[in-house]
Write a protein that binds this ligand. Structure first.
Ligand code: FAD
Ligand code: SIN
Length: 524
């Protein structure tokens, strides 16, 4: 079965939804999403969205903070562009219905997070992402040109390869014509032809054993583009959030927002001693790579399973007002933030690298855009500044939309694309194989490619992953396609790219820390 659309969007988080609202004025939009329409990393964002709203903040300060967090390899032009568009894009989110908290004087109540020199995080209590997702979905539902197909899983994007033409990473002019999509209600694989395609599939936290990301975050977009020979960069920079709630057995891990530290929460070892001053003058509010590494070091040298976040000195009424969900979550496992320490550990949180795009969100593949966490724009460099990702998604959603609106005028559908060929794949999968392989990938990545790396660990990870790759590819070729099988394949691809990029970087920078090349040595 073939469907045609001007704009195909894969993913219904902030990136896909904000782009949809813009392009829908110029053509028909088909948005596919693999789970319920609101399920996304966006929905779980807590802290908020960074934007310059009032003095004493300024674009220059936000630019400087972003460049410092990125540890010398942000694209400064991109940083300037994104930050100077922040106010306009946030006001647009507000015009679409997103509500952010205000102070009694009517100004936005701006929070502070690690690496920010000013209060500049707009938030809706401690569930900002839920509010943004709600508002954008409501606006999208009202638009007659947008159709959302939930429980539709994108398997691969369509290129010349599907016309029988050999494509490799040096092939000039690779083009995207749409996607093969598994309809999870009918269990049929459909062909969606499109004039332009937006990849907005989010992150890949589940490549690690412990993550703050919901289960949809399996790196599907990056893997699809990599398989289609598009450019992917910066994958060695996987951000670990310093403070996920230590609650063994709970997956995904519940996040304790950095805004809690911005509000005065202090990190301590299990014997109640502060330790961050040993690592950085900004202490608990240093950029995330530094705080996560410090916690990891304290846990390893002391043999502890977690550190504490101490909030007992904070004003109870204000704490509950700002962080009602975090407070309730802690209470639900027997921790009262006002009287007890909160045990926290780092967890995989954000993919700084991804599908390489230019300032209009165009990937290296013609007619294929990438926006949001699956993309690599140059904004984050070696480490993302907190709350810059929701911002990046709306700025690039806007820019990609302006570009795609022009592109569809001169683009035709590629009618010659054949329907999916299921030849030879009649066997149902064996779940035990998939589950075991998934655990192995996550263990390899967590133990060898986590917060601290070494040449030997990366080599070992590479060798182990190769076995899993071969096993899974042969399974994929003979087995009926299912989301679990595809997600495992995608995670193996993503793990491979992370390891490959990490092995290439012969230095410690930002989130990529290796004991073989300590910070400050010149190893190029
Ligand atoms: P997502 O919101 O993840 O959406 C991806 C979409 O793609 C989903 O709808 C998914 O179902 C769909 N999808 C994926 N694969 C497929 C496929 N194969 N086929 C079909 N559909 C597919 N950032 C901030 O700036 N501020 C914060 O305060 C903040 N807090 C966070 C807290 C948590 C707990 C987490 C996990 C992240 C947080 N982040 C925060 C990061 C931020 O939420 C994400 O980077 C951002 O929401 C990503 O948006 P997105 O639209 O790119 O992807
Ligand atoms: C948080 O609230 O700590 C998450 C913010 C982010 O990831 O940007």
């Amino acid at each position: 079965m073939k469907t045609k659309t001007d704009f195909l969007i894969i993913g219904s988080g902030i990136a896909g939804l904000s782009y949809a609202l813009k392009v829908a004025e110029h053509g028909n939009v088909c948005m596919i999403t693999k789970a319920n329409e609101d399920e996304s990393n966006t929905k779980y964002a807590q802290g908020g969205i960074a934007a310059v709203m009032y003095s004493p903040d300024s674009y220059e300060k936000h630019i400087s903070d972003t460049l410092i967090a990125g540890d010398g390899i942000c694209d400064e032009e991109v940083v300037r562009m994104v930050i100077t568009e922040s106010t306009e894009r946030v006001n647009e989110l507000i015009s679409w219905g997103a509500k952010f908290d205000k102070t009694s004087s009517g100004e936005y109540d701006l929070a502070k997070e690690g690496g920010h020199s000013e209060h500049r995080i707009l938030h809706h209590k401690d569930n900002t992402g839920f509010e943004i997702e709600r508002a954008l979905l409501a606006a999208v539902h009202k638009h007659p040109n947008i159709k959302i197909l939930d429980h539709h899983f994108a398997i691969d994007i369509l290129t010349q390869h599907h016309l029988g033409i050999e494509v490799n990473s040096r092939t000039p002019g690779i083009e995207c014509y749409g996607a093969y999509v598994l309809n999870l209600r009918s269990n049929k694989i459909e062909t969606i032809l499109a004039k332009t395609i937006l990849m907005a599939t989010g992150g890949a936290g589940h490549v690690y054993s412990t993550t703050t990301n919901p289960t949809i975050a399996t790196g599907d977009g990056v893997a699809m583009v990599y398989r289609a020979k598009g450019r992917v960069e910066g994958m060695e920079f996987y951000q670990f959030h310093p403070t996920s709630l230590y609650n063994p057995g709970e997956s995904p891990s519940f996040l304790v927002s950095e805004a809690v530290r911005g509000f005065g929460g202090i990190l301590k070892t299990v014997d109640g001693k502060e330790f961050m001053e040993k690592y950085d003058a900004r202490k608990s509010l240093a950029p995330r790579d530094i705080v996560a590494r410090a916690i990891d070091n304290e846990m390893k040298t002391r043999g502890d399973d977690y550190v504490y976040l101490d909030c007992r000195h904070l004003d109870k009424k204000e704490l509950i007002k700002h962080f009602p969900n975090i407070y309730q979550k802690c209470l639900s496992i027997g921790i009262d933030m006002m009287t007890d320490y909160v045990p926290v550990v780092p967890a995989a949180h954000y993919m700084c690298g991804g599908i390489q795009v230019d300032k209009n969100g165009c990937s290296s593949i013609k007619n294929l855009y990438a926006v949001g966490e699956c993309s690599s724009t140059g904004l984050h460099g070696a480490n993302r500044l907190a709350s810059n990702s929701l911002l990046e998604a709306v700025v690039y959603g806007h820019r990609a939309a302006l570009n795609a609106i022009e592109v569809i005028r001169n683009t035709n559908f590629c009618e010659a694309i054949p329907d999916w060929d299921a030849e030879g794949t009649a066997h149902p999968e064996e779940m035990v194989l998939l589950i075991q392989s998934l655990r192995e990938v996550q263990a390899i990545m967590t133990n060898y490619v986590g917060i601290v790396r070494s040449d030997l660990r990366l080599q070992r990870a590479f060798d182990r992953l190769e076995i899993l790759y071969k096993e899974n590819e042969s399974l994929y070729l003979t087995t009926t396609v299912s989301p679990k099988l595809c997600e495992l394949r995608n995670l193996i691809n993503v793990a491979y790219i992370i390891i490959k990029h990490a092995r290439k970087r012969k230095e410690s920078r930002g989130l990529h820390y290796t004991v073989n090349y300590p910070k400050g040595t010149d190893n190029e």
